[in-house]
Design a protein around this ligand. Structure first.
Ligand code: BES
Ligand code: MN
Ligand code: ZN
Length: 496
Protein backbone atom coordinates (compact mmCIF):
# COMPACT_ATOMS: atom_id res chain seq x y z
CA UNK A 1 0.00 0.00 0.00
CA UNK A 2 1.27 3.47 -0.91
CA UNK A 3 0.22 6.44 1.23
CA UNK A 4 0.33 10.09 0.16
CA UNK A 5 -0.74 13.44 1.53
CA UNK A 6 -2.24 15.60 -1.21
CA UNK A 7 -3.93 18.99 -1.25
CA UNK A 8 -6.55 17.99 -3.82
CA UNK A 9 -10.05 19.14 -2.78
CA UNK A 10 -12.48 16.23 -2.28
CA UNK A 11 -14.59 17.40 -5.24
CA UNK A 12 -11.52 17.23 -7.50
CA UNK A 13 -10.30 13.80 -6.40
CA UNK A 14 -10.81 10.86 -8.75
CA UNK A 15 -10.65 7.20 -7.74
CA UNK A 16 -12.54 4.25 -6.30
CA UNK A 17 -13.42 5.26 -2.76
CA UNK A 18 -13.79 8.73 -1.26
CA UNK A 19 -14.18 8.55 2.52
CA UNK A 20 -15.66 11.50 4.38
CA UNK A 21 -15.77 11.86 8.15
CA UNK A 22 -18.87 13.37 9.75
CA UNK A 23 -19.51 14.49 13.32
CA UNK A 24 -22.24 13.04 15.45
CA UNK A 25 -24.72 15.66 16.69
CA UNK A 26 -23.47 17.06 20.03
CA UNK A 27 -26.73 16.45 21.90
CA UNK A 28 -29.12 14.00 20.22
CA UNK A 29 -27.65 10.50 19.77
CA UNK A 30 -30.50 8.78 18.04
CA UNK A 31 -31.23 11.17 15.16
CA UNK A 32 -29.76 10.82 11.69
CA UNK A 33 -27.36 13.74 11.21
CA UNK A 34 -27.87 16.64 8.81
CA UNK A 35 -25.21 16.92 6.08
CA UNK A 36 -22.99 19.91 6.99
CA UNK A 37 -23.22 22.73 4.46
CA UNK A 38 -19.52 22.41 3.54
CA UNK A 39 -20.43 19.17 1.75
CA UNK A 40 -23.39 20.62 -0.21
CA UNK A 41 -21.37 21.27 -3.35
CA UNK A 42 -19.98 17.72 -3.42
CA UNK A 43 -23.44 16.32 -2.70
CA UNK A 44 -24.84 18.25 -5.67
CA UNK A 45 -22.09 16.94 -7.88
CA UNK A 46 -22.91 13.39 -6.71
CA UNK A 47 -26.63 13.96 -7.50
CA UNK A 48 -27.62 14.03 -3.83
CA UNK A 49 -26.02 10.66 -2.99
CA UNK A 50 -24.67 11.93 0.35
CA UNK A 51 -28.00 13.17 1.74
CA UNK A 52 -29.77 10.14 0.34
CA UNK A 53 -27.27 7.78 1.99
CA UNK A 54 -27.64 9.53 5.36
CA UNK A 55 -31.44 9.41 5.22
CA UNK A 56 -31.75 5.87 3.88
CA UNK A 57 -29.37 4.36 6.43
CA UNK A 58 -30.41 6.73 9.25
CA UNK A 59 -26.71 7.50 9.60
CA UNK A 60 -25.96 8.92 13.04
CA UNK A 61 -22.18 9.28 12.63
CA UNK A 62 -21.42 7.26 15.75
CA UNK A 63 -17.68 6.72 16.17
CA UNK A 64 -16.43 4.10 13.72
CA UNK A 65 -19.76 3.51 11.92
CA UNK A 66 -19.54 3.42 8.11
CA UNK A 67 -22.00 3.40 5.22
CA UNK A 68 -21.19 3.48 1.53
CA UNK A 69 -22.91 3.96 -1.80
CA UNK A 70 -22.09 3.83 -5.48
CA UNK A 71 -22.16 7.23 -7.19
CA UNK A 72 -22.95 5.94 -10.69
CA UNK A 73 -23.09 7.89 -13.93
CA UNK A 74 -19.77 9.13 -15.19
CA UNK A 75 -18.60 10.20 -11.77
CA UNK A 76 -14.81 10.27 -11.32
CA UNK A 77 -15.47 8.76 -7.86
CA UNK A 78 -16.93 5.24 -7.85
CA UNK A 79 -17.99 4.93 -4.20
CA UNK A 80 -18.47 7.32 -1.35
CA UNK A 81 -17.87 6.06 2.19
CA UNK A 82 -19.23 7.99 5.16
CA UNK A 83 -17.57 7.38 8.51
CA UNK A 84 -18.82 8.50 11.90
CA UNK A 85 -16.30 10.51 13.93
CA UNK A 86 -18.44 10.51 17.09
CA UNK A 87 -18.87 13.76 18.97
CA UNK A 88 -16.32 16.53 18.33
CA UNK A 89 -15.47 16.91 22.01
CA UNK A 90 -14.75 13.17 22.38
CA UNK A 91 -12.35 12.72 19.44
CA UNK A 92 -8.96 11.23 20.30
CA UNK A 93 -6.04 10.09 18.17
CA UNK A 94 -7.22 6.54 18.69
CA UNK A 95 -10.67 7.58 17.47
CA UNK A 96 -8.99 8.73 14.25
CA UNK A 97 -7.07 5.44 14.07
CA UNK A 98 -10.33 3.51 14.49
CA UNK A 99 -12.22 5.62 11.95
CA UNK A 100 -9.49 4.97 9.37
CA UNK A 101 -9.61 1.25 10.20
CA UNK A 102 -13.37 1.15 9.65
CA UNK A 103 -12.91 2.91 6.30
CA UNK A 104 -10.18 0.47 5.28
CA UNK A 105 -12.36 -2.55 6.02
CA UNK A 106 -15.30 -1.06 4.08
CA UNK A 107 -13.08 -0.01 1.17
CA UNK A 108 -11.67 -3.52 0.85
CA UNK A 109 -15.16 -5.04 0.94
CA UNK A 110 -16.22 -2.55 -1.75
CA UNK A 111 -13.22 -3.53 -3.88
CA UNK A 112 -11.69 -0.03 -3.85
CA UNK A 113 -8.19 -0.06 -5.33
CA UNK A 114 -7.66 3.63 -4.65
CA UNK A 115 -8.92 5.41 -1.57
CA UNK A 116 -8.98 8.98 -0.27
CA UNK A 117 -9.65 10.07 3.31
CA UNK A 118 -11.00 13.43 4.34
CA UNK A 119 -11.67 13.29 8.09
CA UNK A 120 -12.17 16.30 10.36
CA UNK A 121 -9.63 16.43 13.20
CA UNK A 122 -11.01 19.07 15.59
CA UNK A 123 -7.84 20.31 17.33
CA UNK A 124 -5.70 17.17 16.92
CA UNK A 125 -2.19 17.59 15.51
CA UNK A 126 -2.36 16.82 11.75
CA UNK A 127 0.97 14.94 11.73
CA UNK A 128 -0.05 12.66 14.59
CA UNK A 129 -3.47 12.21 12.98
CA UNK A 130 -2.01 11.20 9.61
CA UNK A 131 0.23 8.77 11.49
CA UNK A 132 -2.81 7.37 13.32
CA UNK A 133 -4.82 7.04 10.09
CA UNK A 134 -1.97 5.23 8.35
CA UNK A 135 -1.63 2.88 11.34
CA UNK A 136 -5.39 2.27 11.44
CA UNK A 137 -5.47 1.30 7.76
CA UNK A 138 -2.33 -0.85 7.78
CA UNK A 139 -3.29 -2.67 10.96
CA UNK A 140 -6.93 -3.25 9.98
CA UNK A 141 -5.95 -4.70 6.60
CA UNK A 142 -3.18 -6.94 7.97
CA UNK A 143 -4.03 -10.56 7.22
CA UNK A 144 -2.09 -13.58 8.36
CA UNK A 145 -2.29 -16.12 5.56
CA UNK A 146 0.85 -18.08 6.32
CA UNK A 147 -0.99 -21.18 7.41
CA UNK A 148 -3.79 -21.12 4.80
CA UNK A 149 -3.51 -23.23 1.68
CA UNK A 150 -5.91 -20.94 -0.22
CA UNK A 151 -5.24 -17.26 0.30
CA UNK A 152 -7.92 -14.55 0.32
CA UNK A 153 -8.16 -13.20 -3.23
CA UNK A 154 -9.71 -9.79 -2.46
CA UNK A 155 -6.87 -7.29 -2.79
CA UNK A 156 -6.57 -4.40 -0.30
CA UNK A 157 -6.42 -0.83 -1.72
CA UNK A 158 -3.03 -0.14 -3.25
CA UNK A 159 -3.07 3.66 -2.99
CA UNK A 160 -4.35 5.86 -0.15
CA UNK A 161 -4.50 9.66 -0.35
CA UNK A 162 -4.97 11.83 2.74
CA UNK A 163 -6.65 15.03 1.59
CA UNK A 164 -5.73 18.43 2.98
CA UNK A 165 -3.39 17.69 5.92
CA UNK A 166 -0.28 19.35 4.50
CA UNK A 167 2.91 17.44 3.69
CA UNK A 168 3.02 14.58 6.22
CA UNK A 169 5.42 12.15 4.60
CA UNK A 170 7.46 11.85 7.80
CA UNK A 171 4.32 10.88 9.74
CA UNK A 172 3.48 8.24 7.14
CA UNK A 173 7.01 6.81 7.31
CA UNK A 174 6.85 6.73 11.12
CA UNK A 175 3.52 4.89 10.98
CA UNK A 176 4.83 2.37 8.48
CA UNK A 177 7.87 1.60 10.63
CA UNK A 178 5.64 1.12 13.67
CA UNK A 179 3.24 -1.11 11.72
CA UNK A 180 6.13 -3.26 10.50
CA UNK A 181 6.91 -3.81 14.18
CA UNK A 182 3.30 -4.52 15.17
CA UNK A 183 2.97 -6.95 12.27
CA UNK A 184 6.13 -8.79 13.26
CA UNK A 185 4.79 -9.11 16.80
CA UNK A 186 1.43 -10.37 15.53
CA UNK A 187 3.14 -12.95 13.30
CA UNK A 188 5.34 -14.22 16.10
CA UNK A 189 2.49 -14.43 18.60
CA UNK A 190 -0.01 -16.05 16.23
CA UNK A 191 2.42 -18.69 15.03
CA UNK A 192 1.95 -22.02 16.78
CA UNK A 193 4.60 -23.53 19.03
CA UNK A 194 5.70 -25.88 16.27
CA UNK A 195 6.53 -22.87 14.09
CA UNK A 196 7.93 -20.34 16.58
CA UNK A 197 10.40 -21.86 19.03
CA UNK A 198 13.08 -20.26 21.21
CA UNK A 199 15.50 -20.76 18.30
CA UNK A 200 13.11 -19.02 15.87
CA UNK A 201 12.80 -16.08 18.27
CA UNK A 202 16.58 -15.84 18.47
CA UNK A 203 16.83 -16.02 14.67
CA UNK A 204 14.31 -13.20 14.36
CA UNK A 205 16.42 -11.09 16.70
CA UNK A 206 19.54 -11.97 14.68
CA UNK A 207 17.84 -10.92 11.48
CA UNK A 208 16.94 -7.52 12.94
CA UNK A 209 20.52 -7.13 14.15
CA UNK A 210 22.06 -8.12 10.80
CA UNK A 211 19.76 -5.92 8.74
CA UNK A 212 20.27 -2.84 10.90
CA UNK A 213 23.85 -3.40 12.07
CA UNK A 214 22.92 -3.92 15.72
CA UNK A 215 24.63 -6.16 18.26
CA UNK A 216 23.12 -9.52 19.12
CA UNK A 217 24.12 -12.01 21.77
CA UNK A 218 22.22 -15.24 22.35
CA UNK A 219 23.21 -17.10 25.50
CA UNK A 220 22.72 -20.85 25.43
CA UNK A 221 22.32 -23.17 28.39
CA UNK A 222 26.01 -23.22 29.39
CA UNK A 223 26.40 -19.44 29.27
CA UNK A 224 23.27 -19.07 31.42
CA UNK A 225 24.63 -21.64 33.87
CA UNK A 226 27.83 -19.59 34.13
CA UNK A 227 25.70 -16.60 35.09
CA UNK A 228 23.85 -18.65 37.69
CA UNK A 229 20.43 -18.32 36.05
CA UNK A 230 18.90 -21.19 37.99
CA UNK A 231 15.35 -19.86 37.88
CA UNK A 232 15.23 -19.49 34.09
CA UNK A 233 17.08 -22.77 33.51
CA UNK A 234 14.76 -24.57 35.92
CA UNK A 235 11.83 -23.73 33.65
CA UNK A 236 13.87 -24.74 30.58
CA UNK A 237 15.02 -28.10 31.89
CA UNK A 238 12.20 -30.32 30.57
CA UNK A 239 11.93 -29.15 26.96
CA UNK A 240 13.79 -30.83 24.12
CA UNK A 241 14.47 -27.39 22.63
CA UNK A 242 17.55 -25.41 23.67
CA UNK A 243 16.92 -22.32 25.80
CA UNK A 244 17.87 -19.07 24.10
CA UNK A 245 18.53 -16.04 26.27
CA UNK A 246 18.26 -13.23 23.72
CA UNK A 247 20.04 -9.91 24.16
CA UNK A 248 19.68 -7.52 21.22
CA UNK A 249 21.25 -4.06 21.53
CA UNK A 250 20.64 -0.82 19.69
CA UNK A 251 23.49 1.64 20.01
CA UNK A 252 22.73 5.04 18.42
CA UNK A 253 25.22 6.88 16.25
CA UNK A 254 25.52 9.73 18.76
CA UNK A 255 26.15 9.64 22.51
CA UNK A 256 23.07 8.16 24.13
CA UNK A 257 21.00 10.54 26.23
CA UNK A 258 19.11 7.58 27.71
CA UNK A 259 19.90 3.89 28.22
CA UNK A 260 16.89 1.60 28.47
CA UNK A 261 16.07 -2.09 28.75
CA UNK A 262 12.96 -3.84 27.49
CA UNK A 263 12.34 -7.42 28.61
CA UNK A 264 9.74 -9.72 27.05
CA UNK A 265 8.48 -12.99 28.50
CA UNK A 266 9.33 -15.55 25.84
CA UNK A 267 7.53 -18.81 26.61
CA UNK A 268 6.93 -20.24 23.14
CA UNK A 269 4.65 -22.77 24.83
CA UNK A 270 3.41 -23.00 28.40
CA UNK A 271 2.01 -26.42 29.23
CA UNK A 272 2.08 -25.53 32.91
CA UNK A 273 4.82 -28.08 33.58
CA UNK A 274 3.92 -30.80 36.09
CA UNK A 275 1.21 -28.47 37.43
CA UNK A 276 -0.15 -29.06 33.96
CA UNK A 277 -2.91 -26.91 32.55
CA UNK A 278 -5.95 -29.14 32.29
CA UNK A 279 -8.70 -29.44 29.70
CA UNK A 280 -10.72 -26.23 29.44
CA UNK A 281 -7.78 -24.18 30.71
CA UNK A 282 -7.01 -22.70 27.30
CA UNK A 283 -3.78 -24.69 27.07
CA UNK A 284 -4.05 -24.64 23.26
CA UNK A 285 -3.69 -20.84 23.41
CA UNK A 286 -0.38 -21.01 25.24
CA UNK A 287 1.53 -20.52 21.99
CA UNK A 288 0.88 -16.84 22.75
CA UNK A 289 2.86 -16.93 25.99
CA UNK A 290 5.73 -15.22 24.18
CA UNK A 291 3.70 -12.07 23.41
CA UNK A 292 6.06 -10.06 25.65
CA UNK A 293 9.01 -11.19 23.52
CA UNK A 294 6.92 -10.52 20.41
CA UNK A 295 6.28 -6.95 21.58
CA UNK A 296 9.97 -6.42 22.42
CA UNK A 297 11.13 -7.74 19.03
CA UNK A 298 8.36 -5.82 17.26
CA UNK A 299 9.50 -2.61 18.95
CA UNK A 300 13.09 -3.46 17.99
CA UNK A 301 12.04 -3.92 14.37
CA UNK A 302 10.23 -0.54 14.34
CA UNK A 303 13.15 1.21 16.03
CA UNK A 304 15.60 -0.37 13.58
CA UNK A 305 13.71 1.51 10.86
CA UNK A 306 13.40 4.73 12.86
CA UNK A 307 16.99 4.79 14.23
CA UNK A 308 16.54 7.40 16.99
CA UNK A 309 19.79 9.35 17.35
CA UNK A 310 20.31 9.46 21.11
CA UNK A 311 18.92 6.45 22.93
CA UNK A 312 20.48 3.06 23.63
CA UNK A 313 18.03 0.18 24.00
CA UNK A 314 18.58 -3.38 25.19
CA UNK A 315 15.96 -5.92 24.14
CA UNK A 316 16.03 -9.04 26.28
CA UNK A 317 14.04 -12.24 26.21
CA UNK A 318 14.69 -15.39 28.22
CA UNK A 319 13.11 -17.70 25.65
CA UNK A 320 12.14 -21.30 26.37
CA UNK A 321 9.19 -23.67 26.58
CA UNK A 322 7.54 -24.88 29.78
CA UNK A 323 7.15 -28.61 29.21
CA UNK A 324 7.01 -31.91 31.05
CA UNK A 325 9.45 -34.81 30.89
CA UNK A 326 11.59 -36.82 33.25
CA UNK A 327 13.78 -33.73 33.54
CA UNK A 328 10.97 -31.41 34.56
CA UNK A 329 11.01 -29.33 37.73
CA UNK A 330 9.14 -31.15 40.47
CA UNK A 331 6.64 -28.97 42.25
CA UNK A 332 8.46 -28.08 45.47
CA UNK A 333 11.92 -27.94 43.89
CA UNK A 334 14.13 -25.08 45.02
CA UNK A 335 16.00 -23.07 42.41
CA UNK A 336 18.54 -20.26 42.86
CA UNK A 337 18.30 -17.16 40.71
CA UNK A 338 21.32 -15.21 39.42
CA UNK A 339 21.11 -12.72 42.29
CA UNK A 340 21.53 -15.58 44.79
CA UNK A 341 17.90 -15.63 45.94
CA UNK A 342 16.32 -19.06 46.43
CA UNK A 343 12.83 -19.86 45.21
CA UNK A 344 10.60 -22.76 46.19
CA UNK A 345 8.71 -23.64 43.01
CA UNK A 346 5.38 -24.49 44.58
CA UNK A 347 3.68 -24.19 41.19
CA UNK A 348 5.47 -24.99 37.92
CA UNK A 349 2.79 -23.06 36.03
CA UNK A 350 4.03 -19.79 37.54
CA UNK A 351 7.02 -20.11 35.19
CA UNK A 352 7.07 -16.71 33.49
CA UNK A 353 8.20 -14.94 36.65
CA UNK A 354 11.04 -17.47 37.10
CA UNK A 355 12.39 -16.69 33.63
CA UNK A 356 11.92 -12.94 34.13
CA UNK A 357 13.70 -13.01 37.50
CA UNK A 358 17.02 -13.83 35.81
CA UNK A 359 16.31 -11.44 32.94
CA UNK A 360 15.71 -8.57 35.39
CA UNK A 361 18.99 -9.29 37.20
CA UNK A 362 20.78 -9.39 33.83
CA UNK A 363 19.20 -6.10 32.70
CA UNK A 364 20.09 -4.27 35.89
CA UNK A 365 23.75 -5.28 35.50
CA UNK A 366 23.80 -3.42 32.16
CA UNK A 367 23.53 -0.14 34.07
CA UNK A 368 20.38 1.06 32.31
CA UNK A 369 18.25 3.97 33.53
CA UNK A 370 14.97 2.11 33.34
CA UNK A 371 13.71 -1.42 32.81
CA UNK A 372 10.29 -2.28 31.40
CA UNK A 373 9.12 -5.87 31.24
CA UNK A 374 6.12 -7.12 29.27
CA UNK A 375 4.61 -10.50 30.02
CA UNK A 376 1.51 -12.60 29.54
CA UNK A 377 2.04 -13.27 33.20
CA UNK A 378 -1.26 -14.07 34.91
CA UNK A 379 -4.79 -15.18 34.25
CA UNK A 380 -5.62 -13.06 37.29
CA UNK A 381 -4.81 -9.90 35.33
CA UNK A 382 -7.27 -10.97 32.63
CA UNK A 383 -9.91 -11.49 35.31
CA UNK A 384 -9.20 -8.01 36.70
CA UNK A 385 -8.86 -5.96 33.51
CA UNK A 386 -10.22 -8.06 30.62
CA UNK A 387 -8.80 -8.15 27.11
CA UNK A 388 -8.61 -4.42 26.37
CA UNK A 389 -6.38 -3.26 29.21
CA UNK A 390 -2.92 -4.25 30.43
CA UNK A 391 -1.93 -3.94 34.09
CA UNK A 392 0.93 -1.55 34.89
CA UNK A 393 3.05 -1.89 38.01
CA UNK A 394 5.99 0.38 38.67
CA UNK A 395 8.46 1.21 41.38
CA UNK A 396 8.89 4.68 39.88
CA UNK A 397 6.19 7.34 39.46
CA UNK A 398 7.97 9.16 36.61
CA UNK A 399 8.46 5.96 34.60
CA UNK A 400 4.84 5.01 35.18
CA UNK A 401 3.76 8.44 33.92
CA UNK A 402 5.99 8.18 30.82
CA UNK A 403 4.52 4.79 29.94
CA UNK A 404 0.95 5.96 30.43
CA UNK A 405 1.54 8.92 28.12
CA UNK A 406 3.20 6.71 25.50
CA UNK A 407 0.28 4.28 25.72
CA UNK A 408 -2.41 6.94 25.40
CA UNK A 409 -0.84 8.29 22.22
CA UNK A 410 -0.53 4.72 20.93
CA UNK A 411 -4.16 3.86 21.63
CA UNK A 412 -3.10 1.05 23.97
CA UNK A 413 -4.66 0.97 27.42
CA UNK A 414 -2.64 0.54 30.62
CA UNK A 415 -4.09 0.70 34.09
CA UNK A 416 -1.87 1.45 37.11
CA UNK A 417 -2.00 -1.32 39.70
CA UNK A 418 -0.62 -1.38 43.26
CA UNK A 419 2.62 -2.97 44.47
CA UNK A 420 1.08 -3.77 47.84
CA UNK A 421 4.09 -5.07 49.76
CA UNK A 422 1.99 -6.69 52.46
CA UNK A 423 0.64 -9.16 49.89
CA UNK A 424 4.13 -10.57 49.50
CA UNK A 425 3.46 -12.31 52.83
CA UNK A 426 1.54 -14.84 50.74
CA UNK A 427 4.75 -15.71 48.89
CA UNK A 428 6.74 -16.56 52.03
CA UNK A 429 8.34 -19.99 51.98
CA UNK A 430 9.20 -21.95 55.14
CA UNK A 431 12.28 -23.36 53.43
CA UNK A 432 13.52 -20.91 50.76
CA UNK A 433 13.64 -17.09 50.37
CA UNK A 434 10.25 -17.10 48.65
CA UNK A 435 7.73 -19.23 46.81
CA UNK A 436 6.95 -18.54 43.17
CA UNK A 437 3.16 -18.62 43.53
CA UNK A 438 0.93 -17.05 46.15
CA UNK A 439 -2.72 -17.53 47.06
CA UNK A 440 -5.51 -17.05 44.49
CA UNK A 441 -6.43 -13.55 45.58
CA UNK A 442 -4.54 -10.66 43.97
CA UNK A 443 -2.59 -13.10 41.79
CA UNK A 444 -1.49 -10.43 39.33
CA UNK A 445 -0.18 -8.26 42.19
CA UNK A 446 1.77 -11.04 43.89
CA UNK A 447 3.31 -11.90 40.50
CA UNK A 448 4.48 -8.28 40.16
CA UNK A 449 5.79 -8.32 43.74
CA UNK A 450 7.75 -11.47 42.93
CA UNK A 451 9.42 -9.69 39.98
CA UNK A 452 10.23 -6.71 42.20
CA UNK A 453 12.52 -8.95 44.31
CA UNK A 454 14.92 -9.11 41.36
CA UNK A 455 15.38 -5.38 40.80
CA UNK A 456 17.56 -3.53 43.30
CA UNK A 457 17.39 0.16 42.45
CA UNK A 458 16.78 0.74 38.75
CA UNK A 459 13.39 2.31 37.96
CA UNK A 460 11.31 -0.62 36.73
CA UNK A 461 7.85 -1.17 35.32
CA UNK A 462 5.97 -4.37 34.62
CA UNK A 463 3.16 -4.69 32.06
CA UNK A 464 0.93 -7.75 32.38
CA UNK A 465 -0.39 -8.11 28.83
CA UNK A 466 -2.10 -11.52 29.23
CA UNK A 467 -5.46 -9.94 28.28
CA UNK A 468 -4.80 -7.57 25.37
CA UNK A 469 -2.15 -9.68 23.60
CA UNK A 470 -4.93 -11.74 22.06
CA UNK A 471 -8.49 -10.88 20.96
CA UNK A 472 -11.33 -13.32 20.31
CA UNK A 473 -13.36 -10.74 18.35
CA UNK A 474 -12.34 -8.04 15.88
CA UNK A 475 -12.11 -4.61 17.49
CA UNK A 476 -11.21 -1.48 15.47
CA UNK A 477 -7.87 -2.06 13.77
CA UNK A 478 -7.38 -5.42 15.50
CA UNK A 479 -8.66 -8.58 13.87
CA UNK A 480 -9.31 -11.69 15.96
CA UNK A 481 -6.04 -13.21 17.17
CA UNK A 482 -2.70 -11.66 18.01
CA UNK A 483 -2.80 -7.87 18.42
CA UNK A 484 0.87 -6.95 18.69
CA UNK A 485 -0.06 -5.13 21.91
CA UNK A 486 2.77 -3.14 23.44
CA UNK A 487 4.80 -2.36 20.32
CA UNK A 488 3.32 1.10 19.76
CA UNK A 489 3.62 2.04 23.43
CA UNK A 490 7.24 0.87 23.59
CA UNK A 491 8.21 2.79 20.45
CA UNK A 492 6.57 5.98 21.76
CA UNK A 493 8.28 5.51 25.12
CA UNK A 494 11.73 5.02 23.58
CA UNK A 495 11.24 8.05 21.31
CA UNK A 496 9.95 10.27 24.15
N1 BES B 1 1.01 -17.89 30.83
C1 BES B 1 0.20 -17.97 31.97
C2 BES B 1 -0.74 -16.77 32.13
C3 BES B 1 -1.75 -16.54 31.05
C4 BES B 1 -3.08 -16.87 31.26
C5 BES B 1 -1.41 -15.93 29.87
C6 BES B 1 -4.02 -16.61 30.30
C7 BES B 1 -2.36 -15.67 28.89
C8 BES B 1 -3.67 -16.00 29.11
C9 BES B 1 1.08 -18.05 33.21
O1 BES B 1 2.30 -18.67 33.05
C10 BES B 1 0.33 -18.83 34.23
O2 BES B 1 0.11 -19.99 33.99
N2 BES B 1 -0.02 -18.19 35.34
C11 BES B 1 -0.71 -18.82 36.38
C12 BES B 1 -0.09 -18.40 37.68
C13 BES B 1 -0.54 -19.19 38.87
C14 BES B 1 -0.08 -20.63 38.75
C15 BES B 1 0.03 -18.57 40.12
C16 BES B 1 -2.16 -18.37 36.31
O3 BES B 1 -2.42 -17.23 35.95
O4 BES B 1 -3.03 -19.19 36.57
MN1 MN C 1 2.18 -20.80 33.32
ZN1 ZN D 1 3.10 -18.65 31.14
Amino acid sequence: MKFHTVETAPQDWAGDGLAIGLWQAPTTDDQPIALPSEWAELDARFNGTLTELITETEFKAKAGATVSARIGGNSPVRKVILVGMGKTADLTLDGVRRAAAAIARTAKKQRCKTLALCLPLADLNPGLAVQAMTEGIELALYQDQRFKSEPDKVPPPDRVDFLGYGDQLAAIARAQAICAGVQLARELVAAPANAVTPVTLAETAKEIAETAGWTIEVLGKEACEQLGMGAYLGVAQATELPPQFIHLTYQPAGTPRRKLAIIGKGLTFDSGGLNIKGAGSGIEMMKMDMAGAGAALGAAKALSLLAPPDVEVHFISPATENMISGHALHPGDIVTASNGKTIEVNNTDAEGRLTLADALVFAEKLGVEAIVDLATLTGACVVALGDRIAGLWSSDAALSEQLQQAATQAGEKLWPMPLEDKYFDGMKSPIADMKNAGPRNAGAITAALFLKQFVKETPWAHLDIAGPAWLEKADGYNSPGATGFGVRTLVNWVLS
